[in-house]
Design a protein around this ligand. Structure first.
Ligand code: C2E
Ligand code: MG
Ligand code: MG
Length: 644
């Protein structure tokens, strides 16, 4: 594009120069012609006047007896022939073109014809010559005035001089234009060269930038196609750079980036391209020795070098790089995809701090694709109520009666089939849909609970899982208030399940958030207890009414593993000593159930009792129980059940 622009401007200037030269030449020709015509006319009229004057002088001299008749005749003939020459012929046309010139010539010639016999008859001393001379005077004066008026006059020469000076000025002007045109081209070339440099380079590190890297990748792929050679694209991201920038300032951050750039350049070798793709992200294009082994070696060389640390302004820094690679043609044949795959591998490398390096694998891309599809489809699924909720009873272990139900999210996706609720939650949180999802879950659960009540079924509390982002980032209390008032469900009929890990995300504000929720009248259950890292003091500070032991502990317990059994026993005691109702999750066998009853665990949930089911299925179970008991669950509740 840049070349085309320069070529275009050069063409315009060249055209301008050629047309200037041609028009100057034409001007010269025109003024040459004008000056020639002026000269011809001037010369002709001067010659005529001269011949007239010479003939008049000859007449004067013969009258004074100073000239022979022969000489007078000669002058007469010369004057005659001069008139003849002027009256005909192409050269003297400019003379004849003057107003009155042809008539004058005719009259002059007529006069000469009239006086010819007298002229031929003149003798030296003849005074008739004086008369003839006088008779010629009017002609001589007319010729003179023609001469003066003619283009050969002084004015014409002045005009001619003016034309030539104008021409001179025009030439200078043209020269100026040519010079400015050339300087324009020069500036354009210089500017576009600078622009090109800036457009392709990162000003901080001097490395190629993202655009240049992409171009190089394109070229390398084209060459790879042609010569059947391989290429490796590496994406490198500095871990914790933001922290360094924030803690030590941007000046040190900049110097660190420069140091990393220099290290990458020396490690990658001169034949390979190193680029800064933006922020703390770098790219390397390996065209030589582009094998998985050499990439791994490069990654380990970089890691070793960085382990030694970099000193910047007295600070010893130990930055780490996460590196992902992808290969042409195995992993991708398009520059964009090759970069995307390397980038994807780099994100996997971030979770592999041991090596900090990952090579792209197809499942990574499948997972990414799946995430994008699900994220896109989840928006529509939420709007169109394509999600579902299943309900799993939580039973009183002593009586085996249903004490409450937990609502569990379900989504059958057209392409991927059943999506697990944990995946739905992860996708929603990463796609910024946490608020919508939680609102949908809460509203659906509360509406369902109200529907069972309206159908005359025993009032059964409903337990709803709250996603981590909803707990930490959004106004959960506000949402809850809205949903409860919209659906009409009494707050004490709702239990919120919050996982141990979620409460750990913001340890300091957790008690405050939970107390706010408690003030609304809802119950709180600490979900998946035992899988997180909460401390006893943290546990004590949080107002939970229930503690749900993670199913892994229940499933680990068996007569052959006393250690697991005593661990489970300790957790049950801990919950009870903190005044919480303990719920065991994932009870699948009679043995597990009996062990838990023996250990005094109050509540349980598991496939051995009920699998998660639809709202209608649960309604049918509740109705059946109601008929069996012939009394409502509420009136029959045991002391323990009242606790739930
Ligand atoms: P959770 O809250 O601990 O829910 C209990 C999980 O254990 C459910 O899995 C349930 O189906 C399963 N389960 C119950 N009894 C047994 C058993 O005897 N054996 C086994 N192997 N599993 C049993 P599910 O439905 O797949 O849900 C998984 C997790 O997804 C839930 O764990 C919860 O953390 C999350 N989740 C489910 N629904 C929602 C929701 O609506 N919102 C949010 N934020 N998270 C949800
Ligand atoms: Mg739960
Ligand atoms: Mg759980």
């Amino acid at each position: 594009m840049r070349k085309v622009k320069i070529l275009l401007v050069a063409c315009v200037v060249l055209l301008f120069a050629i047309s200037s030269v041609v028009s100057t030449q034409r001007q010269h020709q025109v003024s040459g012609l004008i000056s020639l015509s002026i000269k011809t006319v001037g010369w002709s009229s001067s010659e005529l006047e001269m011949e007239t004057l010479k003939f008049m002088q000859a007449l004067r001299r013969i009258a004074l007896n100073d000239l022979s008749q022969k000489d007078v005749s000669l002058r007469f003939d010369l004057l005659w022939s001069r008139i003849d020459v002027l009256a005909a012929g192409e050269e003297s046309r400019p003379f004849r073109n003057q107003p009155g010139a042809t008539e004058l010539l005719q009259r002059f010639k007529q006069h000469l014809m009239t006086i010819e016999p007298e002229v031929l008859a003149l003798k030296p001393g003849d005074q008739a010559a004086r008369r003839l001379e006088q008779a010629l005077k009017p002609f001589q004066q007319q010729v003179r005035s023609l001469n003066v008026r003619s283009a050969a006059g002084e004015k014409s020469w002045r005009d001619l001089q003016q034309i030539s000076s104008l021409q001179h000025e025009a030439n200078l002007f043209l020269l100026g234009l040519l010079l400015s045109g050339s300087s324009l081209i020069f500036l354009l070339i210089r500017e576009s060269t600078t622009n090109l440099k800036q457009a392709l380079h990162d000003s901080l590190t001097g490395l190629a930038n993202r655009h240049a890297f992409h171009l190089k990748l394109q070229q390398a792929i084209a060459a790879g196609h042609k010569h059947h050679t391989g290429i490796a694209a590496l994406m490198l991201d500095m871990d914790g750079f933001k922290h360094i920038n924030d803690q030590l300032g941007h000046a040190i951050g900049d110097q660190l980036l420069q140091a990393i750039a220099a290290l990458l350049k020396t490690t990658a070798g001169s034949g390979n391209i190193v680029a800064r793709l933006g922020g703390d992200e770098f790219g390397i294009l390996l065209e030589q020795n582009a094998t998985p082994a050499s990439c791994r070696k490069l990654a380990s060389q970089l890691s070793t070098a960085l382990k030694q640390g970099i000193t910047i302004q007295g600070h010893r820094l130990y930055p780490q790089l996460s590196i992902g690679s992808s290969f042409f043609p195995e992993d991708a044949t398009q520059p964009d995809i090759l970069m995307r795959h390397a980038d994807l591998a780099m994100h996997y490398a971030k979770h592999d701090p041991k090596t900090g390096y990952r090579r792209f694998e197809q499942p990574m891309e499948d997972k990414r694709q799946r995430f994008h599809t699900l994220a896109e489809d989840l928006v529509a699924a939420l709007a169109n109520h394509e999600l579902q909720q299943h309900y799993q009873p939580i039973v009183c272990l002593k009586t085996r009666r249903i004490a409450l139900v937990e609502s569990l999210l379900r989504w059958h996706h057209v392409q991927y089939g059943d999506i697990s609720p944990t995946e739905i939650v992860t996708v929603a949180e990463r796609a910024g849909l946490a608020e919508q999802l939680n609102a949908w879950v809460l509203t659906t659960a509360c509406t369902q609970s109200m529907a069972w009540r309206k159908a005359g079924l025993p009032a059964i509390r409903i337990s709803v899982n709250i996603s981590p982002a909803m707990y930490t980032r959004y106004d959960l209390a506000g949402m809850l208030t809205r949903v409860l008032s919209q659906t009409g469900l009494p707050a004490d009929q709702l239990v919120l399940e919050i996982t141990e890990d979620t409460t750990m995300q913001d340890i300091d504000s957790s008690p405050q958030i939970l107390n706010q929720l408690r003030r609304l009248g809802v119950e709180l259950a600490l979900d998946d207890f035992g899988t997180g890292y909460s401390s006893l003091s943290h546990l004590k500070s949080m107002p939970f009414q229930k503690l749900k032991i993670d199913k892994s502990f229940i499933q680990a317990c068996s007569p052959t593993s006393p250690q697991a059994n005593s661990f489970l026993r300790t957790i049950i005691r801990l919950g009870q000593s903190l005044g919480m109702a303990v719920v065991a999750e994932g009870i699948e066998t009679k043995a597990q159930y009996e062990y838990l009853v023996d250990e005094g665990c109050q509540f349980g949930q598991g496939f051995w009792f009920h699998r998660p089911m639809t709202g209608d299925e649960l309604a049918a179970i509740l109705r059946e129980r109601q008929q069996q008991d012939n009394v409502s669950y509420l009136s029959n509740k045991t002391a323990v059940e009242r606790q739930v």
